[in-house]
Design a protein around this ligand. Sequence first.
Ligand code: HEM
Length: 503
Amino acid sequence: MAAWLSRSAACGICSLRRPLCGGALRWSSSALQEKLRSVQDLPHVSALEMLYRVLVQGYFSSLHMLQVYEKQLYGPIYKNGRNAVSVSSAELLEELVRKDDKFPTRGDMDLWTEYREMRGLGYGPLTEEGERWYKLRAVLNKRMLHPRDSAQYDGVINAVVTDFIKRIKRLRLCSPTGDLVPDIANKFYLFSLEGISSILFEARLGCLSEEIPAGTQEFITSISQMFSNAIYVAIFPKWSRSLLPYWQRYIASWDGIFSFGKTLIDKKMEDIQQRVDNDQDVEDEYLTYLLSNSQMSTRDIYASVTELLLAGVDTTSNTLTWALYQLSRNPETQNRLYEEVSSLVPADRIPSAAEVTAMPFLRAVIKETLRMYPVVPINSRIIKEKPVAVGGYQFPEKTGFTLCHYAISHDENIFPEPYRFKPERWLRDGRQRPNAFGSIPFGYGVRGCVGRRIAELEMYLVLFRLIREFEIKPNPTADDLKIVSRAVLVPNKQLDLHFVDRR
Ligand code: HEM
């Protein structure tokens, strides 16, 4: 049994030796107040121990597994080596996020905001805070957050999916077997970029054509440069910036990212102006809606659209990569999915948003993929407005919390056989449903993912068409993939898959 469980065999709240138990719920708040322990009573990891684990024990590339390891050592709540409180059980997570501030804060975005200040740019949903963030989200949420809103983009996404399928067919012809497609993650990256851009900019970028347009390729390079240089910029002291190359590269990559967004937005503005001048109808899609919204300045739009774009590519593309990886290795699960997609929509018809969102197994496949590979495996909150009690401990205001989503979604008490891909655990077919806070891959509450419905729709539509069209088989000579922690969870090596025609 895990060390933390055996340490805390006695009823927690009653003896206050275990952070949380069912008994807590029966206590009146005044009695609880008296008995609350302080942050000093928590098990804690020193900064030195953390460095040892990350640098010497090798957790640098598998920080998600560090969550699992530390949970075994210290239990579901402890002070971590970054001086924040790690929370790694579904019950404690629920307790915490339900007490979140009115304007939730994820934490330190200084490196991102520094660039924006330097260039006099605005802030988007990822970087903005407080009431300004709230107002920004109120505008951005419309036409995006509700399933009804995202459903209107099914035509746009389906057009991108059609091009993607054609590209897969072209690519596999180049392989010796005629059906092998190399580097699936890269293909999904281009698909996701094309998909989200076609929604945000109401324009196609050409990511799925034979040759990627030069500007688009520069943008892709800028994103990866920004993330890789940010690590070094964060590690080295500010005085070293003029001596080392990282800061300049970091700034240049952000310049590339913002200028790409600005060019496309400016083009759209010209287009709208021309239409207005010619008395033509202006189609009211996402960017047009933002541009016509009086509460957003052009500066806000540049920043918000750029941040939406940044958040919307790696997330969906990695989830799709993991989903195909698992489906290729679990033929029975793939067959069950094929049965669903081939029976619910006639073979010659492209499915609508309403159809795919009503498919229980398709949804379960994505849900299970995000449980096993939560692309955001760790998140954070700083509770700023008030002191907060969690798990029988009282924390002062401004306490930072680390939300250990990976450890929680691999808790075998909630998900038996947590390292096995079992989409059926999510079906509403009479079985007991897992704790809802066991897997919240899009976050929770008002600061949760704004792109959730778009992301889900994109993933359902492309997975539906891929599975209906092809049987996806693993490359028999390839080893198992391992997870590497980067900005999101990515495979440790290239994934190649066989796409065999079904018909
Ligand atoms: C598989 C796909 C995706 C996953 C798993 C995912 C997950 C997340 C998570 C966990 C958060 C943090 C939520 C919180 O702190 O409570 C987040 C925030 C965010 N996501 Fe996503 N996301 C995905 C796709 C997208 C897409 C397609 C977009 C763009 C359309 C997007 C835009 C954003 C933005 C802008 C935020 C910041 C929201 C804010 O702070 O107000 N995401 N996402």
